[in-house]
Design a binder for this molecule. Sequence first.
Ligand code: ATP
Ligand code: MG
Length: 158
Amino acid sequence: MPTVELESRSADETEAIAARLAPGLRPGDVVLVSGELGAGKTTFVRGACRALGITGRVTSPTFTIGHRYGGRVDVSHLDLYRFRGLSPAEWGDLEPYFQDAIVFVEWPEAGIHALPEPRARIRLVHLSGDVRLVSVDSDDRALLEEAGGAGPGLRHGD
Ligand SMILES: Nc1ncnc2c1ncn2[C@@H]1O[C@H](COP(=O)(O)OP(=O)(O)OP(=O)(O)O)[C@@H](O)[C@H]1O
Ligand SMILES: [Mg+2]
């Protein structure tokens, strides 16, 4: 799958990368956001939400399965950290989040067989200190161009 790799040197830069990707997303799109604890998954989702007109708190839905925010479009924010797989009942709880919303999924590994085909996959890796490698995978080259475009984040290749 085509990939763009960017180096982020701060939480603000990670938010800015997400903000470049976000305008190319539409309700129904699913974006998987993976990476170890504290890598910046929620920070990435927050940046996308801000770009989509969501002004309220955007925090990890660690003690609930998800949040749904209203902006210029609705955005759902799921976190599957506590799951090892998704039972039909659990999937039933999740399904409403996918209706008429752009959906970001942190810790998507547990849902990998149940989740719809994603529009993009984001991977965040700690490099050193505040530096993160942000990889964006998508079959949609126009979306990748937007994410990798001018602004914070050094373009690494594709
Ligand atoms: N380049 C960077 N990109 C993103 N976050 C950064 C960066 N540098 C430092 N940080 C800090 O790292 C932390 C990332 O926290 P965040 O909640 O976004 O991670 P997470 O991957 O969602 O964690 P969790 O697995 O617990 O959900 C924040 O405190 C943020 O300010
Ligand atoms: Mg998080």
